[in-house]
Structures are given as C-alpha cells and as structure tokens.
Design a protein around this ligand. Sequence first.
Ligand SMILES: [Zn+2]
Ligand SMILES: [Zn+2]
Length: 411
Amino acid sequence: MVSESPAKRKCLGGDCDNDAGTLQCPTCLKLGMKESYFCSQDCFKRNWSTHKAVHKTQSNFLSNLIPPKVVSEPDPVTGNYNPFPTFPFTGSLRPVYPLSPRREVPKSIPYPDYWKTGIPDSEQTFKGRTKIEILDKKQQEGMRKVGRLAREVLDIAAAAAVPGVTTDYLDEIVHKACLERKSYPSPLNYGQFPKSVCTSPNEVICHGIPDQRVLVDGDILNIDVTLYHEGFHGDLNETYYIGDKAKADPDSVRVVEAARESLNEAIKLVKPGALFRDYGDVIEKYAKAKQCSVIKAYCGHGINSLFHGKPNIPHYGKNKAVGAAKEGMCFTIEPMIALGTHRDKTWPDDWTSVTQDGKRTAQFEHTLLVTEDGVEILTARFPDSPGGPIPMPVAAVETNGGNGVQCDGKS
Ligand SMILES: [Zn+2]
Ligand SMILES: [Zn+2]
C-alpha cells in the first residue's frame, strides 16, 4: 500500500505559496481534521494566530454533530451514572448508580410477609379496618425489645456517617447490624424498596435510596432505620450533621433543630385520651416559629406486627385525623420540616421524595407506646448515642431576621 504524498498539497500558511511538508497542526489532528499541512515549523508558527480560528469553528461544528456527553453514560473512572439524566431535579442532589446488588437475609431470621413479593399482605387486610390494635403486656415487651435494637442499629449507622463514605456503605452497615441482632431490616423489599435503610440527604424529605453518592462535609443526612424482630417492627430516624460545615450553617441548624424539637414537643402531648389531630398543631406552630414549613405528604403511623398501620398521624396543623390514644397503642410521630416549601416531588425511582424548591429538609422519628398515664419512647436515645442537639451558630444570631428567611405560610 502506498500513502498519498503530502508533497502534492499546498501549505496552509496564508502568506505561503510553498508545497506542504509532512508537518500537521497538532490541534487540528486532535479535532479530527486531517488536511492541515504546513511547509515548515516557522511557517506554522507565523500563521498560528490566524490559523487557530479554524479550531474554534471546528469544535463548535463537532459539538453540534456529536450530542453533548450524556450523563447516563457511566463515568469512565468510577462506572457510576445518573439513571435519570433528563429528569428536572429540584436541587443539586443526583442519584448515583449503579445500586449495589440486593443484600441477602439468612433463612434463620424470621421474615415479614412482604419479603418476597414486596406486597405487605397483612397491612392490606387491616387497611379497611378502623380499629387500632391494643397490645397486651407480652406484645408491649416485644415492641420494647425491637425499639431498643433499632436504636442500637441507628446509632451504629450514625457513627459511620462521615464525609467520604457512600450511603450504600451505611446500608451495608445497617444490614449487617440487623442480622447480628437476628432482625430483618424492614425496609428491604417493603413495597419493593431495594435497600435495608432509607438515607435522605439535604433536600430529600424521606425514602432516599442508599447509592454510590459520597457524603460531603456540609451535608445533613437523615437515616431511617426499621427492624423486624420476633414479629414486631421498631422504627426511628434522626437527621445528622455530616462533618463540621453543616453545624456552622445557620439554615441547616435551624431546620434540623426545628424538626428535632417539634417531635419532642409533640411527644409531650401523648397520653391516653390525647387526640391524634392535635400533634400536628403543636408541630406546625413550632416549625413556623422557626420560619420553617411542615411536609404534608407523609404521616406517622401505627406500628406493631405491621410496619405501617392505623392510626395515621399527620404532622401539619388543623388536620382532621380521627381518634385518640389509648393505653397499649404503638405509633410513630415523625415530622418532616422544610426550610422552604412544604410541597414535595418524587424522583422517577418512585421512592426518593424531595422538596419542590430544592431547599433542605430534616426529620426525626420515634416509636411510642401509650402507657397508663403518658408515653414510653421505645426508641429513646442512649446516653452515648451519636448526634444530639447543637446550638445555633453564632453568625446566625447577628443576621437573624435580617436576611428574609423563606417561609411558605400557605399551609
Ligand atoms: Zn415510620
Ligand atoms: Zn422510619
């Protein structure tokens, strides 16, 4: 084979009549232009300032010809990708796939009924009934035990939630800690949820799916743990500051501490006879005082041998929930509080719920047992539990009220 001789070409230099040599412009070569020969290095250098304009038109032409890099293409280094590249995300958070393979649960651990199909048949059966289950002493002891185990698992996950780890790593930790306690991680395959825990950073309200996203200093992260142990579910969550930056961010502290305190305030009301509709009034009043809003789309719930049962506990004010607490009932209160709008939007994974304005949101949850004269917090913190309340950063005191905090007053 013979190649075409470059000697037949003319030098590209605008002021040059020579035949071209073998020298080609390296930039043109990179851009895929094959016909840019010059007679000499000197000629090439002399003509550079005019010649380089060709590169610009060519790269524009190429970028029009070749579609921009599709985000769903796996990153060549990590293999990670965004599964919904065209979805209009509300904030800066993106899903980072692939999800890890489904984690296994040994057959020796009792499974809830939905473990295989994803459908909680027993909850469906109870759905039509308005009766709220009253637990006897033995059942209460079962709830007490699973509540304690769930707290242990949440604390283990919280201690591992530091900048640089992925939420999938937290899922692995939670999964293992559940198995060590002869417990099934309740979220796994509940309604086909793919993982063993919900991890909800920043603008995620709830039901975030653990994936390959790495936690960064300045994130806030809700970890929602539920265990199924000896026939009972125990459910709790907390929001944690990741690294030190979030602790210095007045908005993050405001929303996290408002969520924490609003739950504490609501729990103070719980006793036999207390109306289910009243918790929302207290929570919303507290949230509004901190210029925050209350998410309406998700409620607290009855919990016992069922993950989610009666009653429904709305967290917003002036709700119309029917009924009152009785001794022996178990339910959760789990307010989700937002810096901006209370309106939510769900990602195409059908789980991840985010705020419509992309602003941050925080949540806390306890499983509660109504006692003879009050309430027992079955998922209460231990003296050495990670997390816990922090004061507003000092800078916030100076600017407080002066920078027009966003508040959705429509709820
Ligand atoms: Zn719950
Ligand atoms: Zn929960």
